[in-house]
Design a protein around this ligand. Structure first.
Ligand code: GRF
Length: 194
């Protein structure tokens, strides 16, 4: 990977809808010298997203954009991304489907983290479904975003064993801990390949 000094880090945008625990770990890691990226912009579709408070606290440029209006999205998001020279878009608990033209435009430059071992358990409530199906393993996956839900090429996947006493809540906690470790590392890896 190319060595980068503080001012030469790649700019990334993180898109969120809620809590923002992945955002927090991505930012925390970005502050280290060896990390190749800087979180330049945070975009939320939800004004009440807790992640926006993290953005404000860390004084990172943040925007709340109405993703229900595709036209508006196009103009605003593209303007923000261009203006801030964004190299990679990281979805972290972002609950909206991006329009197809947008995905085409940023082909290979949008990644997402999903709390299951894709291609299994796409969509919502993964931990509940995993428990209901008595699975022995679960985990999380980071993948490129394409026009189909949770279906793009897999970049990184980590597996954990489900214990008998595990509940959806306890699995969520275990999986999140792994997510926080692998997402920043994967961002570095993807950036080094661009
Ligand atoms: C994570 O479990 C992530 O895998 C999924 O949504 C959740 C977001 O959590 N896509 P947070 O907002 O980062 O805390």
């Amino acid at each position: 990977m190319k060595k980068l000094d503080g001012n030469l880090k790649h700019n990334i945008a993180v898109l969120i809808s809620g809590r923002g625990s992945n955002l927090k770990s991505i930012i925390k890691q970005s502050l280290k010298k060896k990390t190749s990226y800087k979180v330049k912009v945070i975009i939320s579709n939800n004004q009440k997203a807790k992640g926006l408070l993290i953005a404000k606290k860390m004084q990172i440029r943040n925007y709340c954009i109405d993703f229900t209006r595709s036209e508006k999205l196009g103009k605003m998001v593209l303007k923000v991304l261009k203006k801030n020279n964004i190299k990679l878009i990281c979805l972290a608990g972002f609950m909206k489907i991006l329009p197809e033209y947008f995905i085409k435009l940023y082909n290979g430059k949008i990644i997402n983290i999903h709390p299951s071992l894709l291609p299994r358990y796409k969509g919502l409530n993964t931990h509940k479904r995993v428990i209901l199906n008595n699975e022995k393993y679960t985990g999380c996956t980071i993948h490129y975003v394409n026009k189909f839900l949770d279906s793009g090429k897999i970049i990184c996947q980590k597996k954990i064993r489900i214990a008998k006493k595990d509940t959806a809540k306890s699995i969520e906690k275990k999986v999140l801990k792994i997510e926080h470790k692998i997402y920043p590392k994967t961002i570095d890896k993807v950036l080094s390949s661009l």
